[in-house]
Design a protein around this ligand. Structure first.
Ligand code: NAP
Length: 328
């Protein structure tokens, strides 16, 4: 019988995906659900692995890959892959895969939920009620911002951005978008309007950040950009933390230069409970749960398992992040 490939899994994953991998591979797994695998253990495991199943919490950098003598594939259970040094993997002929599409609608749901929660101060209102402060109905008590009929600006109209735009149509919103490339198809089918970044920031009541995190999008929204926004505007970031400069955001929220922010992602995750942003009442903060539905997390795990098996069989996996490098 041929020797089974060794696969290292960096966190406990849903059982169906684990079962599929077990059929064809020798598995080692970091069994903890709440703590990421310590670096020294990952460094040790990577030396033996033919395949790595990882999450966005692991830093897969050059130093780690130097130890990965047998590694043929890195299968990431996420669509974003800014935690992986893809160039370093390509140079070593290691295939890198991710899980686009399968989490699009779930992440768009969360983005819209966060937008509504921030606009209508849901978290603040719920805490107010639980503290026993609800004494009477009052005209201006806990008043928020209307979503229906407002202008939404989407920075990064990709898969998730388009899914958010579809939801916005149900709220009769005018949708502006900014990408590096125009999308005439989406303009036709969704009625979205292309603008440059500054106009989007100036005209939108709600701004959603949905680009990948890359050297080009790092600090894409900083002090200058926040100053362009309306003082009644709401910023929603469900993409990655480093795209919005947190010090600039704190200052804009604190000084009333923008009205509120809804954040699912942070520069440092987990964000410290002492982070200045969390001291502000006009911030709704979530622990990176964009794709966190039972159904979607199982689909993501199955997809990542399939990619891993495809690569180990010598096939080109369905979703590689560097197709040009793979062709070579
Ligand atoms: P996608 O389909 O690749 O869309 C990304 C969009 O961003 C594209 O339309 C792209 O258009 C645009 N873009 C890229 N670089 C840009 C730049 N420098 N300036 C302006 N626009 C830029 O990706 P997706 O599947 O929608 O996912 C988007 C991101 O969401 C992921 O990368 C991930 O980090 C994040 N995410 C977060 C969660 C969560 O749990 N919170 C869940 C899923 C995904 P152009 O190439 O034309 O610029």
């Amino acid at each position: 019988m041929p020797v089974k490939p060794n696969v290292y899994i960096t966190r406990k994953i849903p059982e169906p995906a684990l079962a599929r991998l077990r059929e064809a591979c020798d598995i080692s797994m970091w069994e903890e659900e709440d703590i990421p695998v310590p670096r020294e253990i990952l460094e040790r495991e990577i030396t033996k692995a033919d395949g790595l199943f990882c999450l966005l919490t692991e830093t897969i950098d050059e130093a780690l890959l130097e130890k990965a003598e047998k590694l043929r594939v890195i299968s990431q259970m996420a669509v974003g892959y800014n935690n992986i040094d893809v160039h370093a993997a390509s140079r070593r002929g290691i295939v890198v895969t991710h899980t686009p599409g399968v989490l699009t609608e779930t992440t768009a749901d969360l983005t819209f939920a966060l937008l509504l929660a921030t606009a209508r101060r849901l978290v603040e209102a719920e805490h107010f009620l639980r503290r026993g402060e609800w004494k009477t109905w009052s005209p201006m008590l806990l008043t928020g911002r209307d979503v229906f009929g407002a202008t939404l600006g989407i920075i990064g109209l990709g898969r998730i951005g388009e899914a958010v735009a579809r939801r916005a149509k149900g709220f009769d919103m005018k949708v502006l978008y900014y990408n590096r490339n125009r999308k005439p198809e989406a303009e036709k089918s969704l009625g979205v309007i292309y603008t440059d970044l500054d106009s989007l920031l100036q005209e939108s009541d709600f701004v959603c950040v949905l680009t990948p995190y890359t050297p080009q999008t790092r600090d894409l929204i900083g002090e200058r950009e926040l100053a362009l926004m309306k003082d009644t505007a709401v910023l929603i970031n469900t993409a990655r933390g480093g795209i919005v400069n947190e010090a600039a955001l704190y200052s804009a929220l604190k000084n009333g230069r923008i009205w509120a922010a809804g954040l699912d992602v942070f520069e440092q995750e987990p964000v410290s409970p002492d982070h200045p942003l969390l001291s502000l009442p006009n911030v709704v903060a979530l622990p990176h749960i964009g794709s966190a539905s039972v159904q979607t997390r199982i689909k993501m795990a199955m997809m990542a398992a399939n990619h891993l098996l495809q690569a180990l069989r010598g096939q080109v996996p369905d979703y590689v992040v560097h197709p040009d490098a793979i062709k070579k």
